[in-house]
Design a protein around this ligand. Structure first.
Ligand code: 4NP
Length: 160
C-alpha cells in the first residue's frame, strides 16, 4: 500500500450506491486538496461489466459529475491488500466484506456512515427497487460519509 490513501467503496451491485460514494469521495478529496486513490466494487455478480444504473448516473450528473464511464466489478481478496480502507455502504455489505476478508487483511473495513458522528451503524438504503428520490437520498448520504472520511484522512496525513 502506498502513502496515498487508497479507498474502496463496496455495495451489492456496484451500479448504484458505491459508484455514487466513489464519485462523492473523489470530489470531496479534490475540493480539500487531498491526494487519494479511489475505486468501487460489488459483492454480487448480476451487473458485472455494466455501467452505473441510469438513475445513479442521473443523480451524479445533477450534481455535476459524470460516472457513466465506469464498469461494475467484484471485490477480490487482493483488494484487502491493495486498499487502506474498504467501506461497505450498508450492514449487509459490511458482513459480506468481513466474510471475504483474508485473515491477514491489511485494509481497515468499516461502514460508510460510521465515519459520520451521530450516524454510526446506519446503512445507506438500497435505492435499486425504490423511487427516484431514493437516489437523491443515497447521494446525500454518500456525500456526508465522503466528507467525513476526507476530513479524517486529511487529519491523519497532517500528523504523518
Ligand atoms: P447497489 O444497488 O448495491 O447500490 O449497486 C443494487 C443493484 C442491483 C441489485 C441490488 C442492489 N440487484 O438486486 O440486482
Amino acid at each position: 500500500m502506498s502513502e496515498i490513501p487508497a479507498v474502496l467503496f463496496v455495495c451489492l451491485g456496484n451500479i448504484c450506491r458505491s459508484p455514487l460514494a466513489e464519485a462523492a469521495f473523489r470530489a470531496a478529496a479534490k475540493r480539500e486538496g487531498l491526494e487519494v486513490h479511489v475505486e468501487s466494487a460489488g459483492l454480487g455478480h448480476w451487473h458485472l461489466g455494466y455501467p452505473p444504473d441510469p438513475r445513479a448516473q442521473a443523480v451524479a450528473r445533477r450534481n455535476g459529475i459524470e460516472i457513466g464511464g465506469r464498469k461494475a466489478r467484484l471485490v477480490t481478496p487482493d483488494d484487502f491488500d491493495r486498499f487502506n480502507h474498504i467501506i461497505g455502504l450498508d450492514a449487509e455489505n459490511l458482513a459480506g466484506l468481513r466474510r471475504l476478508a483474508p485473515p491477514d487483511a491489511r485494509a481497515e473495513v468499516s461502514l460508510l456512515l460510521d465515519h459520520v458522528p451521530g450516524r454510526e451503524g446506519q446503512s445507506v438504503t438500497d435505492p435499486y427497487y425504490e423511487e427516484d428520490s431514493a437516489f437523491d437520498d443515497a447521494w446525500r448520504d454518500a456525500c456526508e460519509g465522503a466528507d467525513a472520511l476526507v476530513a479524517r484522512l486529511k487529519a491523519e496525513a497532517s500528523v504523518r
